[in-house]
Design a protein around this ligand. Structure first.
Ligand SMILES: NC(=O)c1ccc[n+]([C@@H]2O[C@H](COP(=O)([O-])OP(=O)(O)OC[C@H]3O[C@@H](n4cnc5c(N)ncnc54)[C@H](OP(=O)(O)O)[C@@H]3O)[C@@H](O)[C@H]2O)c1
Length: 306
C-alpha cells in the first residue's frame, strides 16, 4: 500500500484529495496547521511550514512513499498583509520539503497556481513566461523555483479548482451557493476568466499523474474556460437558484483588496497528451459538485471540524 503524505489536509484541496486517495486504497498521512480534524479516515500531524528547521525531521517521521504538497497561505489578502510569512511558507518551505523528498528518492508534487501569469492574454501553456501580480502569486512562483532547484524531477502542478471545503466558505462555488441559496444578490465578474476543475476531478488527475511518474511542470485545468460570472450562472441553474441574483460586473467594480490577474484561461494539452485522454470540463464538474451535495458531502466535511 502506498503511503501518501498530503500537506494542507485541512484545506479545500487537501481534504478532498485525502478522501479520494483513501478511497483509492492509499495509506494517507495528512499535515494540518491551525485546525485539527475529527474522525477522519487517515492519520494527521500538526506541522508548521514556517518552522523550516523542523521540516526534514517531520517528513522523515511521516515515512511517505510520495508527497503531494498542498499546504500554502492561499488567501490573497492574508498573503498581501503578511509578505514575510508568506515567503517562508509558500516559497521557502516547498524547497526544503522537495530537498528531503529527493534525498529519500520519493516523488514530490508541488501544487502551484494559474495566478503565476499576469492574465493579459489567456490560454497559457507551460511554455509561457510567468509574471505574478501580487504577493501570493509571487510567493507561489518562488515555491515553484525552489522545488525545481532542489528536485528537478518533481512534478509542479499548476491548478485552479472549486468544491466543498471543511469551513464551507473557501471556494468560489461555496460563495455562490451560500449567497444564492439565501436569495442574496452577488456580483459575478465577466472579465475574470479561468479554467477550473471540480476538486475531486483534480484529485483524480493528481493521483493519475503520480501513478504515471510525470515530472516537470504541468497545467492541470479543465478543458473549458469561462468567466466567474458564467460559472455562477451555471451553478445557479444546476442548483435551481435564481441566476438573476448575480449582477454581471467588471472585476474593478468588485472592491477587491488585492490585485488579481484577469484572463487566466489555461491550456492543459501537455497533460492531455501525457495521460492519453480528454480532461474533465468545468460544467460537468458542476454536475459532480451537485451530486456530492446531494450525497451529503457538505455535512460530512463540517462534521470533521465539529
Ligand atoms: N483554491 C484555489 O482555487 C487554488 C487555485 C490555485 C492554486 N491553489 C493552491 O492549491 C493549494 C491548496 O489550496 P486550498 O484552496 O486548498 O487552500 P486552503 O483551503 O486555504 O488550505 C490551505 C492549507 O494550508 C495549510 N496551511 C496554511 N498555512 C500553513 C502553515 N503556516 N503551515 C502549515 N500549513 C499551513 C492550512 O492549514 P490549517 O487550515 O490547518 O491552518 C490548510 O490545510 C495551495 O497550494 C494553493 O496555493 C489553490
Amino acid at each position: 500500500m502506498t503511503r501518501l503524505l498530503i500537506t494542507g489536509v485541512s484545506g479545500l484541496l487537501g481534504i478532498n484529495l485525502a478522501l479520494e486517495a483513501v478511497q483509492q486504497g492509499f495509506d494517507v498521512v495528512g499535515w494540518t496547521n491551525s485546525r485539527t480534524l475529527k474522525n477522519v479516515p487517515f492519520q494527521q500531524e500538526t506541522v508548521r511550514l514556517e518552522d523550516l528547521e523542523s521540516l526534514p525531521a517531520a517528513l522523515q517521521s511521516a515515512r511517505p512513499d510520495a508527497v503531494i504538497h498542498c499546504a500554502a497561505i492561499a488567501n490573497l489578502d492574508v498573503a498581501e498583509q503578511n509578505p514575510q510569512l508568506t515567503d517562508l511558507v509558500n516559497a521557502q518551505a516547498p524547497g526544503v520539503l522537495a530537498q528531503v523528498a529527493k534525498s529519500k528518492g520519493i516523488p514530490f508534487v508541488q501544487i502551484s497556481t494559474d495566478a503565476v501569469f499576469d492574465g493579459s492574454r489567456g490560454n497559457y501553456s507551460e511554455e509561457d513566461l510567468p509574471n505574478p501580480q501580487n504577493t501570493y502569486a509571487q510567493s507561489k512562483l518562488g515555491g515553484e523555483e525552489a522545488v525545481r532547484l532542489a528536485y528537478p524531477e518533481a512534478l509542479i502542478a499548476r491548478v485552479v479548482f472549486y468544491g466543498w471545503s471543511l469551513g464551507g466558505k473557501r471556494s468560489l462555488a461555496e460563495f455562490f451557493f451560500n449567497n444564492l441559496s439565501h436569495g442574496i444578490r452577488v456580483k459575478g465578474f465577466t472579465d475574470s476568466i479561468f479554467s477550473p476543475l471540480y476538486v475531486t476531478d483534480l484529485a483524480d488527475l493528481l493521483l493519475e499523474a503520480l501513478a504515471k511518474n510525470l515530472t516537470g511542470t504541468y497545467h492541470i485545468f479543465s478543458r473549458e474556460s469561462l468567466s466567474k460570472y458564467d460559472f455562477g450562472v451555471a451553478l445557479a441553474k444546476r442548483f435551481g437558484f435564481d441566476e438573476n441574483l448575480i449582477t454581471p460586473v467588471q472585476t474593478d467594480q468588485g472592491n477587491l483588496l488585492t490585485k488579481r490577474s484577469l484572463n487566466l484561461s489555461a491550456n492543459p494539452k501537455k497533460l492531455q497528451l501525457a495521460l492519453g485522454h480528454d480532461l474533465p470540463g468545468a460544467f460537468e464538474g458542476i454536475d459532480r459538485l451537485f451530486d456530492d451535495y446531494q450525497k451529503g458531502l457538505r455535512q460530512q466535511l463540517a462534521v470533521f471540524l465539529a
